[in-house]
Design a protein around this ligand. Structure first.
Ligand code: ATP
Ligand code: MG
Length: 476
């Protein structure tokens, strides 16, 4: 993709992004940069100021000679965190590790940052501490790199699907369906919670009198609606926020997270697995291409396996095993698991990690899970015991993608709904899709933050989304 790295700026036509200057800037070019100061060193004849504008991990070294107009007054006001503008000329840098630097001819301060109180000083801060100052943490090296990778991965996702003719569909955030209890839900209500309308016996809230006329929730998944759209456009995907009232404080769960859910008509489980694999490979390749410095940084400073993992994904075919084979492999493992394995149990993350990390040492797709541990909409296999489900397990993370071929046969689907004890009435429209022009179809869901965690090696999911929502966490 061709990057346009210069922002249009009619007032100041020569303002350049620092990424652009570091990559393409030439000696003798006259430029203006604007950004935030990372460090300042005052010396006898010059001051050295490192400026970062968020476009790249590396900042631009600015050299400000003492004879620049207003030097004495302005340099005093500059400290870590201050916002400044510098006009000057690019020169070759004598310093190691940088090709060019900017020799200032004029400079000004937009806003100071009092060093007595500015919380981000030139030292390592813990990620816990940075979460408490989420309004400032995007200015740090690590979080800056995370959010650039997050952006690059988002763009790669859209590019992947758009190039293949998938329609991006916007599924609702407020929903009345619970998508088979994918997670605990947040209720959305118009009631004054001090005086909600009550049923006649006064024992329950009467949602028929609420805003939507029935109980509504923040959506836990857009899949069912994506299926509706796939039955008209063949190939679609969702990419948007989903919500789960997860009351578990883990490093892998957020209350608000982004999901990617492709859904394909005329597609079976095999096609689904192929798409999932091509999809992950594309995103990794694309992010390495767009953000090489950031990825190198993660490898050096956060998790030394980041680049190896990326090549592992790009270069290898994913391993594929059925659930039944996986259970046999786990039973043979010379390792005691906290949760014992036997056919019929759901795989715990220790099992998933053993398969992907220790045994296959690469992403592993497990297929054909027992019907009783999977959702009602997954297609029943001919053995009538397993369903056409697939999970992609990733080393270090466990499940990263969960998908399935969907049950397209009306009678089988109705049976399954009954078996799992769901009321079929609210699913009338979902069943209609099987009444009118039904086709084999399949799709999967990817937790976007889990993917970003996986790419960057960041251990806590709260540090890969700008403003994490989790129990007791909503300040920003
Ligand atoms: P888990 O077992 O980790 O709770 P799940 O089985 O509830 O996951 P699904 O319902 O299959 O997950 O959701 C699809 C994808 O969304 C998962 O594969 C995972 O990547 C991601 N995901 C699920 N719950 C969360 C959450 N609370 N925060 C962030 N990502 C999540
Ligand atoms: Mg869950």
């Amino acid at each position: 993709m061709q990057l346009i790295e210069t922002l249009p700026d009619s007032a100041m036509p020569t303002t350049r992004r620092i990424l652009d200057l570091l990559r393409h800037g030439q000696p003798n070019e006259t430029v203006t940069v604007k950004g935030w100061v990372r460090t300042k060193r005052e010396q006898k004849e010059f001051s050295f100021v490192e400026v970062n504008d968020g476009s790249s991990l590396a900042g631009l070294q600015v050299v400000i000679p003492r004879d620049v107009a207003g030097y004495a007054d302005t340099i005093k006001r500059i400290s870590t965190g201050a916002s400044i503008e510098v006009n000057g000329t690019l020169v070759e840098s004598p310093a190691k590790g940088q090709r060019i630097e900017l020799k200032a001819e004029a400079f000004q301060v937009f806003g100071e940052a009092d060093p007595e109180t500015y919380p981000l000083q030139k030292k390592r801060h813990s990620f816990e501490f940075l979460r408490d100052i989420a309004h400032l943490r995007a200015r740090t090296n690590t979080l800056g790199a995370v959010f650039r990778v997050r952006n690059a991965a988002s763009a790669a996702i859209h590019q992947f699907f758009q190039e293949r003719g998938f329609l991006w569909v916007h599924t609702p955030i407020i929903s009345a369906s619970d998508c088979e209890g994918a997670g605990e839900m947040f209720t959305v209500t118009g009631f004054d919670l001090n005086q909600p309308a009550l049923t006649e016996d006064k024992k329950r809230v009467d949602f028929s009198q609420d805003f939507f006329g029935k109980q509504a929730f923040l959506s836990v998944s857009g899949q069912l609606e994506a299926e509706i759209m796939a039955m008209a456009f063949s190939n679609v995907y969702t990419f948007g926020p989903t919500f789960r009232a997860e009351n578990s404080n883990t490093s892998r769960h957020l209350a608000e997270f982004w999901m990617v859910e492709p859904e394909m008509a005329f597609c079976d489980l095999l096609g689904d697995m192929e798409l999932a694999e091509a999809f992950l490979k594309h995103i990794f390749r694309s992010v390495l291409e767009t953000c090489p410095e950031d990825m190198e940084f993660f490898n050096q400073r956060i998790e030394p396996s980041v680049l190896a993992t990326a090549s592992n994904i790009i270069d290898n075919e994913f391993a594929r095993v059925t659930y039944t084979e996986a259970i046999a492999l786990l039973e043979k493992a010379d390792k005691t698991f906290e949760f014992p394995v036997k056919w019929g149990v759901d795989l715990q993350s220790e099992h998933e990690r053993y398969l992907a990390e220790d045994l296959f040492k690469k992403p592993t797709i497990v297929t054909d899970y027992p019907a009783q541990i999977k959702a009602f909409y997954m297609r029943l296999n001919d053995d009538e015991k397993t369903v056409a489900a697939m999970d992609v397990l990733a080393p270090k993370i466990g499940e990263i993608i969960g998908g399935s071929q969907r049950e397209e046969r009306l009678d089988v689907l109705e049976n399954r709904i009954q078996q799992v004890g769901l009321d079929p009435a609210p699913y009338w429209w979902y069943l209609d899709l099987r009444r009118y022009g039904t086709v084999p179809h399949a799709g999967f869901g990817l937790g976007f933050e889990r993917l970003v965690q996986f790419m960057t090696g960041m251990s806590n999911i709260r540090d890969v989304i700008p403003f994490p929502r989790a129990p007791q966490e909503i300040e920003f």
